[in-house]
Design a binder for this molecule. Sequence first.
Ligand code: ADP
Ligand code: MG
Length: 342
Amino acid sequence: MFAQLKSLFSNDIGIDLGTANCLVYVGGRGIVLREPSVVAIQAGTNNVLAVGEEAKRWLGRTPGNIIAIRPMKDGVIADFEITEAMLRHFIKKVQHKKLIAPRVVVAVPSGITEVEKRAVKDSATHAGARDVILIDQPLASAIGVGLPVHEPAGNMIVDIGGGTCEIAIVSLANIVFSRSLRVGGDEFDNTIIAHMKRAYNMMIGERTAEEIKIRIGSAFPLEQELTMDVKGRDLAAGLPKTLTIRSEEVREALQEPLSSILESIRLTLERCPPELASDLVDRGLVMAGGGSLLRGIDRLVAEETGLPIHLADDPMSAVAEGTGRVLEQLEFIKNQAVRPKY
Ligand code: ADP
Ligand code: MG
C-alpha cells in the first residue's frame, strides 16, 4: 500500500548503459524498456532525430544527411552530448510527470574514465534525477544474476556484450579485480564479415552478419551442424547473390575473438588471490550478456578453464536486474557496501 502510494510520486530508476542495448528498470515494476543504444542525428550538427529502436533501423541505410551513431560502441563514451541525449530520452520515456525526482542508478562499463563518469552523472542530473549512483556493470551483472556478492568469497562474472567483454572477480560487494576488453558480439559479427569476403568474395552487412551469428554461430561443435542461405553482394561482379554457408566455417571464423576472451579469462584467474581462486573452483563462474548466448560458449569456457560454468537465466537482463536490486537496497540500507565510492 505504502509502496503503491509512493510510486505515484516517484519512481526510482536503474539503467544499464550498454554498448549495444540500454535497459531501464523502474522500481516496483521491473524492466520496462529495452532499446538499442543508437542515436540518429543530422550530419554536421547535434540535432537528434531518433533514439533507440527507431534509430537502429536507420543504421547502415541512412541518406547522406543523417547519421546513426552508437555512442557507447567501444565501452567508452565516444560523444558526451549524444550519450546525454540518449540517457535523457530513455529517462523521460519511463518517467511520466512525478512529484518527486527519481533516484537513478546507472551501470556503466568498468573501462570508462573519471571524466566520463562525471559526464554520465551530469547527464542523468540534467535529465531530472535527484540523486545519481554509478555502479560498474560487472558488479551489477553479478548482483543481477543473484551471486552472493556480499559474502567474503570469490565470485566471478564474465559479461560479453556488444562492444566489450567485462570480466570481474567480486567479493564483499566490491570488484577485487576486473578487466574489460574491446571484444564482444560486434567483433564476432566483424569476423563473419571478413570470412565472407575472404572465402567467397562476398560483401555482407552488419545486420546479416549478426543474423548468421545468431542463427548458426557456435563456439563448440554442435550435435547437429547447421546451414544457412546468405544474401550479399558479389565483389567481382558487383551483383547480389545468395549462397549457403555451414556452421563449421562460422565457428572457425569466430576462433580469433573467442581466443581473446579465453586468454583474458585465464589471465584474470592467474591474477586472482589464492583464497578467492579456491572459491572459484567450487563456485565456478557465471556468464551473462548477449554474447554469452552464442551456442556452446559455456562449454568452450568450461573446457578451457576446468571450472563449472553457469549461464545466466536471462543473460541480456542481468545488469538491469542488478541495478533494480541496488535500488531496493537503497531503500533499506543507509550504509550499504555496494554504494560505490564515486
Ligand atoms: P551490451 O551490454 O554491450 O549492450 P548486450 O548484453 O545487450 O550488449 O548483448 C548484445 C550482443 O549480444 C550483440 O552483439 C548481439 O549480437 C549479441 N546476441 C544477442 N543474442 C544473441 C544470440 N542468440 N547469439 C549470439 N549472440 C547474441
Ligand atoms: Mg551489458
